[in-house]
Ligand binder design. Sequence first.
Ligand code: PGA
Ligand code: ZN
Length: 424
Amino acid sequence: MSHAKIDAISAREILDSRGHPTISVTLSLKDGRIAGAEVPSGASIGRREAVELRDGDSARFDGNGVLRAVTAVATEISDRLAGMDVTDQQAIDQALIALDGTPNKIRLGANAIIGVSMAVARAAALVRGLPLYQSLGSGIRLPMPCMNVLNGGKHADSSLDFQEFMIVPMGAPTFAEAMRYGAETYAAIRAILHERGLATSVGDEGGFAPRLEDNEAACALIVEATERAGFRPGRDIAIALDPAASSFAQDGNYVLERSGGGRLDSAQLLDLYAGWIDRWPIVSIEDGFSEDDWDGFVAQTSAQGQRIQIVGDDLLVTDPATIAKAIERKACTAALIKLNQIGTVSETLAAIDTAQKAGWGTMISHRSGETIDSFIADLAVGTSAGQIKSGAPCRGERLAKYNRLMAIEAELGKRAVFENPFIR
Ligand code: PGA
Ligand code: ZN
């Protein structure tokens, strides 16, 4: 298929939702059609993630410019991929990995490589004449949206040590209704904060970032807002947490500094979660322990994995081999999936496949630094991932994904599937 051949690839430096430089990639096919992608960027980054290439000269953007990565796309990468069949994602991703030649994609930059890989997937969908989700897989299931309504940790200057408090509209019959449940509960949180004279400004992922008495007060606030919005806690709306514990781990312990929660060892932190699970309608905890504390994850999966979902993010970094190790060790029951953590679309698909074949859950995720690219919405449906997190129902770069999912649900019509993936 000559019309499927890559002609050239270019890139530009653009800004993400934090105002930091990132990459926009444009791929042109020999027949003149073009496809593009924009690359997200994290703040609480797992140590074993694929590494972004940043310029490092402090004259521009305090060293965070991406002009070297832009050049890598337009020269080495474009030269290598020109003439390749864009529908062969696997071969193209392998060529990118080989061309880079490092284990963590640092030479060409994981930002350059994932941008190209995503643009290739989009171009392949064009060539096939399919929407992206149908080109990526055969799924027709809309994911459960996990909306991060209270932001802490590295995402906000709130009083919360834990990074994310998400609401999960488990009782909703459709994706669009799930968004309504979420948006109405989000509005109720805003109203309650306003009444109490607390800040209603938002953090990086669109959730509120108030000064609450302690971390657990966030759960109480969510339950109160759920009821005020007319929903039943634990039936209609549940809670998912991402403490992102690597960010408050210190010398093998966990220090809850912002909230004045003291220093806990791994066993005490597990106890803290046990108490919370008893008191609040929690269905999922992600990165409850640090990326170095495999024993903490294993202990949690054994003690709490029957009641709630145990998700690995920094622990697994969307790496199929690490996910396989975690399956073997029974360290989690679900994988968080971020394209730019591993750096190519085909490795991401392999990570999802590895998790799903073990009966694990999969939660597709945005990054805290985002663009309006909605690739992950299509990825979630095409792979029947079952879950997505894209922040609060607030801020355009977060809504871009949720709104794309509502469009896909409408397009699928009666064929669309929407199911609660969590234990009630
Ligand atoms: P990040 O956070 O995008 O800042 O890494 C997201 C997460 O920890 O899930
Ligand atoms: Zn996380």
